[in-house]
Design a protein around this ligand. Structure first.
Ligand SMILES: CC(C)(COP(=O)(O)OP(=O)(O)OC[C@H]1O[C@@H](n2cnc3c(N)ncnc32)[C@H](O)[C@@H]1OP(=O)(O)O)[C@@H](O)C(=O)NCCC(=O)NCCS
Length: 151
């Protein structure tokens, strides 16, 4: 069902749309400006000639051969159509192309979703220190669940 939606690499001009989508889905936009080159987006089909509205996004913070997967968001009107799963699948391909072999993430809300697509729970203390430099670990998600996936 998600096949009609085109996944694109984001650019700086997409930054406001990504921030708006993250705010609409209850996720913090803090720190994404440094990583916007590593974001994928899906635009709303109705936005072709009008204001740029995003219905999906996901990003990577790259730390050597590791990456933190962050900011996975699907607009509430478009959830449960396979878009989230598709965005994760495509960002995994992007990560592999960049030489990344292990993904980490933090989540308060979507542990079951990520488990269903192959992420395992991991103790925060077992996340590599370089990944824990991320603002998600230091400030934004103090009590969130850590998860990981070998890719
Ligand atoms: C989590 C989120 C990205 C999922 O996106 P989505 O497009 O609705 O997910 P999909 O349609 O691809 O779902 C894939 C599977 O996971 C299931 N699923 C979706 N959201 C789920 C959730 N929150 N909990 C448990 N299962 C979920 C779907 O039923 C589907 O199962 P199926 O393949 O057996 O039918 C979306 O709910 C969202 O944006 N939530 C708010 C922001 C958020 O919490 N992001 C995660 C931050 S780390």
């Amino acid at each position: 069902m998600s096949k009609g939606f085109r996944v694109e690499e984001a650019s700086v001009k997409d930054f406001p749309g990504i921030v708006a989508l993250l705010q609409d889905t209850g996720l913090p936009p803090d720190g994404i400006e440094s990583h916007v080159d590593n974001f994928l987006i899906i635009r709303s089909p109705q936005a072709v000639a009008g204001p740029e509205v995003l219905i999906g996004c996901v990003g990577l913070e790259v730390y050597e051969n590791y990456a933190l997967l962050r900011s996975l968001a699907v607009h509430p009107d478009f959830q449960r159509k396979g878009i989230g799963k598709r965005l994760v699948s495509q960002i995994i391909d992007t990560a592999k192309d960049r030489g990344i072999n292990q993904l980490y993430l933090l989540t308060d809300t979507a542990e079951k979703f990520f488990q269903s697509i192959g992420f395992d729970l991991i103790e925060r203390q077992d996340v590599p220190p370089i990944v824990k430099q991320s603002i998600e670990f230091t400030t934004l998600c103090p009590s969130a669940t850590s998860m990981t996936k070998r890719i």
